[in-house]
Design a protein around this ligand. Sequence first.
Ligand SMILES: Cc1cc2nc3c(=O)[nH]c(=O)nc-3n(C[C@H](O)[C@H](O)[C@H](O)COP(=O)(O)OP(=O)(O)OC[C@H]3O[C@@H](n4cnc5c(N)ncnc54)[C@H](O)[C@@H]3O)c2cc1C
Length: 492
Amino acid sequence: MLYYCITSNIAIVLGVNECARKRLCTTLKNMENDRYDIVIVGGGVSGTALLYALSHYTDIQRIALIEKYHLFGQVNSHAKNNSQTLHMGDIETNYSAEKARQVRGAAGMVKRYTETLPPEERDTILRRVQKMVLAVGQGEVETLEKRHDALKEIFPELQKLDAHGIAEAEPEVMRGRDPHELVLGLCSSQGYAVDFGLLARSFARRAQEAAGNTVNLLLGHTVEQIERRDGVYILNTDKGPVRADIVVVNADAHSLGFAKSLGYGKEFSLIPIAGSFYFTPQKLRGKVYRVQDPRMPFAAVHGDPDLTAPGLTRWGPTARFYPALEAGKLSTMRQFFSASGMHRIATWASFGSILLDPLRFWYLLRNFFYDLPVIGTYFLLPQLRKIVPTLRGRDVRRARGYGGMRLQRVDTRTRELLLGEGKIIGDKIIFNMSPSPGASVCLYNAMRDAEAISGFFPDEDYHFDKARMARDLCEEKIETIEDPSLYDTYAS
Ligand SMILES: Cc1cc2nc3c(=O)[nH]c(=O)nc-3n(C[C@H](O)[C@H](O)[C@H](O)COP(=O)(O)OP(=O)(O)OC[C@H]3O[C@@H](n4cnc5c(N)ncnc54)[C@H](O)[C@@H]3O)c2cc1C
């Protein structure tokens, strides 16, 4: 502080203007301490979107992003670990109309961002695909009819298709189907498949281009512990300590462990559900989702084209209990046990109450059989045949190396499953846990966090040009600054 006052006064004496004075003081302060104004932990699509927002629309001088892997977007944001869907709310049948309206605007920011990129970069990140939600049977058809009435104003491009229309849009969905079976589709040509891992890399690259050496990308650094001393956060990494005034932990499920170590969010736990995927030869032209059972926390298996595997249709995700924080990484089991608070009786009681619910228990048991070698695909087949009736067991194979972790948050006080995003705002620190549709609304969440950060700065020390960010990236006027992934959500 003393340092700030001295440099500030020298600057005033030298006749430097207010803005330049602030910059000079901050730079000198940072040079002195090798300390950052803000450190973001996690280089997935959430962390890099925030980096992009801060570097382009704020006057923060020193930002670092710490990522444990050597590339951005290697965990849940990786194209192999999620369904690559830009969730807009039209085919996600458990979004309310109001939520669909918000998500459409928020997800539109990703599309708008890609439009600012050179075509060769844009085309690797985002591809336009047809998308459809399919209702099978009287009950589902009625639900979808009502939904179409509620959504047609928000999504005028959404077409209602009868059996004939479905056969034209997606021939394999109707081929071999019982002609007496009642079906209805809501279809749009304006769906998007997104490689969120490449999107993360693009955000990081653009952030560094915009802000030069005021942005420091610390790849291959694992944050082992965060502590706070004399008002400064010290992030102890395997390569040495990094200091920061403000920290945003965007490490998805890993965020909860860090929060707990600093005394936040002790009441929460995590139920670890791995989502696996399967391949068949290409059967679908676009994405085909199903009407969601509102009682289920997990989306029904859907079929998607895959940006990483042209000529195939990817099916999934299934849901399997897997006690770790990263799919296929048993080395993250220890972090899972500490983040989820498995030493607490309240955690076990919550797990029991949630997982022994007959509907969920049966669902998870069924999903357990899908992963059995050889015969597993035969258990899965009836689910896939609801979309493509002619699929055979030999068409289906496990997509090895594909799959992500859906860590469902639990409030151990109420023993309730919390499906939305987890956000804990502490003293100059934010912890984000970002399940679906977190990747789709990453820029919107970044905008909201950039705004929340202003509350951490004294006086006028921080300027976030939200209006310019909205002008650049929002296709429509976004009124609310609430996070559309914070509430009831769609686990895809
Ligand atoms: C099966 C499945 C399907 C999904 N489908 C969709 C979909 O179709 N559309 C959609 O919008 N969303 C989907 N999602 C959700 C989406 O994947 C997430 O919302 C999004 O990837 C979250 O991004 P993130 O950056 O918060 O997390 P991540 O991408 O997981 O990034 C977190 C980063 O933190 C880093 N990190 C963790 N610990 C440390 C540490 N100690 N030190 C340094 N770095 C650390 C990790 O290495 C990682 O890079 C799906 C998720 C799953 C599991």
